[in-house]
Structures are given as C-alpha cells and as structure tokens.
Design a binder for this molecule. Structure first.
Ligand SMILES: NC(=O)c1ccc[n+]([C@@H]2O[C@H](COP(=O)([O-])OP(=O)(O)OC[C@H]3O[C@@H](n4cnc5c(N)ncnc54)[C@H](O)[C@@H]3O)[C@@H](O)[C@H]2O)c1
Length: 406
C-alpha cells in the first residue's frame, strides 16, 4: 500500500520504518528533518528511516496517511513531581495544525485519501476539533497504538488487537490491508468516540491495577503477608479477576461481601496508616456513581412530568432475590434522601405487586433480571437502563446510560 506518515517522532519514525520493512511504499513528512531512529528502541537498529518529502508530495504519493504528531501535556503533569495545579486537557495545537496543513493539500490536489490519526486525544476531541476541518474526500479513522517506548517495534508488530475508530466499519479495508502485511491480529472497529475512550481507558486501567497492586504491597508490608504470593494467587483467577468479567457499565458492585470488604479495607488503611486509601476511594466512587444515577432518574422524572420513579429489581444478582449489599437499595435510599417517593418491583420476592408497572413512570432497570429484557412500559414512560439491557419499545423513551441511542 502507498502510505504517508506525518510526524516522525519517537513513535512515528519507528512505526513508519516497520511498515516499509514489511513491503509498504512509505513516504514521511515532519516539520523538523528526522535523520535517525531512537537509539533506545530495542529492534530499531535493523530498520532504516523512511524517505521524506514535502507534505504535498506525501499527499500525492499516498492512499492512506498516518498522523502521529505530539499531543503533549504541560511539564507539571508529567508525573515527575507532585501536581500542584488544577488538571488540564492535552495540548492539541500541533495536531490541529498538522491536520489543517494536510487537509489543505488534499483540497488543492482534489485527492481522495484515508487519514488515520494516531496521536492520543481525550474522548470527544476529534468531533470537537478535527471533524469541522475534514474535507468531504477524506475518510477519517482514529487508530491509537498501545505501544510502550523501548519496545515500539515488538508492540507494533505484535499487538493484542488493533483499535480503530471509524464512522462506518466498511471504511477500514485499506487500513486492514496495511496491517495484514505485518500480523493477523484482529481489528476492533468501534465508533471514533469509543476508540478515543478505549485508548485512555486501557492506560488508566493499567494505572488502576498498579495502584491496586501497590496497595496490596503496602498492606503486606504492614501485616506480614507476601504481596508476590497474593498477586500470584490472583493471577490464577483468569475467569473472574483477570478477564472481561465485571467489566461492563451498570450498577455498582453488590453482594454480601464486596461492598463490606472495601469498607473494612478502608478501615484497615487508616489503621495501618497506608499512604493511599484505595478501597475508601472505591467505596466513595460506588456511592457517587449511584448518586449520579439518582440525579439522572430525578432529571427524567421532572422532564417527563411524571413524579413516579420505579426501580425494576432490588436484588443485586440477576434471577435471584438476593438483597445483601444491593446497589438498587443504595439507589432507592439516595432517591428518597433527595425527596422522591420510590416504588419498586422485584419479581423474585413473592409479595411483589405488578401494579406499579401499569402507570406511566420513570423506570430504572436496576437488576438484569431476564423478565426485564422485553419490559413494556406504559406509553409515555421513560426507561433508564444503566445495563444497556432492555430492548426499545414503541412510545417509550429509552435512556441507555453511556450507550448510543438505540
Ligand atoms: N511514543 C510512544 O511510545 C507513544 C505511544 C502511544 C501513543 N503515542 C502518542 O503518539 C503521538 C506522538 O508521540 P511521539 O512520542 O512520537 O511524539 P514526538 O514529540 O516524539 O513526535 C512528534 C513529531 O511530530 C512532529 N510534528 C509536529 N508538528 C508537525 C506538523 N505540523 N507536521 C509534521 N510533523 C509535525 C514533530 O516534529 C515530532 O517529530 C502522541 O499523541 C503520543 O501521545 C506515543
């Protein structure tokens, strides 16, 4: 494939050379001339820097152009020192400038081109800053890399998966061809917004795991446990701990153990004088996230003119009447604390009455009971579904929390 590469920095110079080494015809462009590949990159010594041209030449040459210019943060946020100032977004000026120049060339040459943004951006950025600049002849893709400095070649040649954000999955065929020459890993094609979020979610999840492991280390140090033994045991739990299990947006954690365990661990954090009360934070987050759903339900109850809020399900486990530690009960209490009268329907409790299902209301699907999948709310109702579970019904507003409207 005839490939262009804009931004031949630490990431771009190496990846562009890898593409060339696998037989693609690559022409690069950088505002400052790049002569060699980073020396700290393990396998880069075998690679040759790609030829460079002007931006116009790159556009003429290419069917597909990757853009990997920097999206830096102020040095204060680098993590080398404690952060003393309020958090900020990345700096997108370089990326926007590079794209503006690229799109101007595309317009001048009336060129049909696939443009692949590689640079890291926060969710929503491409729609906000890039979309208004894109000429109609450009197919825009977002393809962030999961690459660590020092192992760029290995990570680029052996990814776990290739994340691609696209407006339409049919647009990724050319990109697929580019990667097919290198590996057979799957392309995970999602919307551009989801790809933006997945990229940063991947990184922050790793940070969360590290903070978690370090919390275990500190507790082990103060109690006589061995943190390596702990994580070696946890690593055996490849179904529930190290897996996609429990990795779905929805209600908070529930059950007789988890919420209590976190509270107890938070108490221990204080007793051991741990540097970070991670479990206290987790407990707080669980409550606040439930509070967010309470506010959402209240918002829709006001908006829709119905004063009736009904929780569908009280148990924390689908298909069961188990109430211990249920996040539905937490939501109920938070709504009541906000002054709302709340009705509930729990089909697994024998005293449950279906009367509350017959009137127009705001229904919140609090438990993934199979009965609720095809729930038919009365016309004019609102169904808030944090689980992304319920099928849409006519004349009912379905609010799929954090999911594209269905
Ligand atoms: N380095 C990594 O391992 C890595 C991994 C994953 C993601 N990323 C992301 O990739 C992006 C690039 O990272 P990097 O480490 O290579 O940055 P970098 O600063 O090393 O390189 C950026 C390059 O873009 C060039 N550039 C800037 N403006 C330009 C323009 N208008 N036209 C052409 N070239 C221009 C710069 O001269 C520089 O050579 C960032 O968004 C980063 O977050 C980097």
């Amino acid at each position: 494939v005839r490939v262009g590469w804009v931004g031949l920095g630490k990431l771009g110079s190496v990846c562009a050379s890898v593409l060339a080494a696998h037989g693609h015809d690559v022409l690069g462009f950088d505002i400052s001339r790049v002569r060699e590949l980073p020396r700290y990159e393990a396998l880069a010594a075998h690679l040759t820097p790609v030829p460079q041209g002007t931006l116009g030449e790159v556009v003429t040459h290419s069917e597909i152009v990757f853009v990997a210019v920097q999206t830096p943060h102020a040095p204060a946020f680098g993590g080398e020192t404690e952060i003393q100032v309020p958090a900020q977004d990345f700096e997108y000026g370089y990326l926007v400038e590079a794209l503006r120049a690229l799109f101007a060339q595309v317009r001048d040459q009336s060129k049909k081109l696939t443009v692949v943004i590689v640079s890291t951006v926060l969710p929503g950025t491409i729609n906000r800053l890039v979309r208004p600049l894109v000429p109609p002849s450009v197919t825009l893709l977002y393809n962030p890399f999961f690459i660590a400095m020092g192992t760029t070649v290995q990570d680029f040649e052996n990814p776990e998966f290739v994340l691609v954000g696209a407006d339409d999955p049919s647009q990724v065929e050319l990109l697929d061809q580019v990667y097919h020459a290198i590996h057979d890993r799957p392309l995970a094609v999602v919307s551009i917004e989801s790809a933006e979020l997945t990229k940063v979610a991947y990184n922050t999840f790793i940070s969360l795991k590290i903070v978690f492991a370090n919390t275990m280390m500190e507790i082990a140090h103060k109690t006589g446990a061995d943190c390596d033994q702990v994580v070696e045991c946890l690593s055996l739990a490849t179904q529930r701990v190290v897996s996609p299990a429990y990795l779905r947006g929805g209600m908070g954690d529930g059950g007789a153990c988890h919420p209590r365990d976190n509270v107890a661990m938070s108490w221990l954090a204080n007793r051991l004088d741990l540097s970070v009360d991670l479990m206290g934070f987790v407990t707080d987050a669980r409550e606040r996230q439930s509070g967010y759903l309470a506010d959402l339900a209240a918002h829709w109850a006001r908006m829709s003119g119905t004063q009736q809020i009904v929780l569908l399900g009280l148990s924390y486990k689908p298909g069961s009447p188990l109430l211990a530690g249920s996040p539905a009960l937490l939501l109920q209490s938070q709504l009541e604390n906000r002054g709302w009268e709340v009705w509930t329907y729990e089909p697994y409790i024998s005293t449950a009455s279906k009367d509350v299902l017959t009137q127009r209301a705001v229904f919140v699907v609090t438990t993934r009971h199979p009965e609720f999948r095809d729930f038919q709310a009365p016309p004019g109702s609102v169904v808030i579904d944090p689980h992304g579970y319920v099928r849409p019904a006519p004349r009912v507003t379905l609010v799929g929390v954090g999911r594209k409207a269905v």
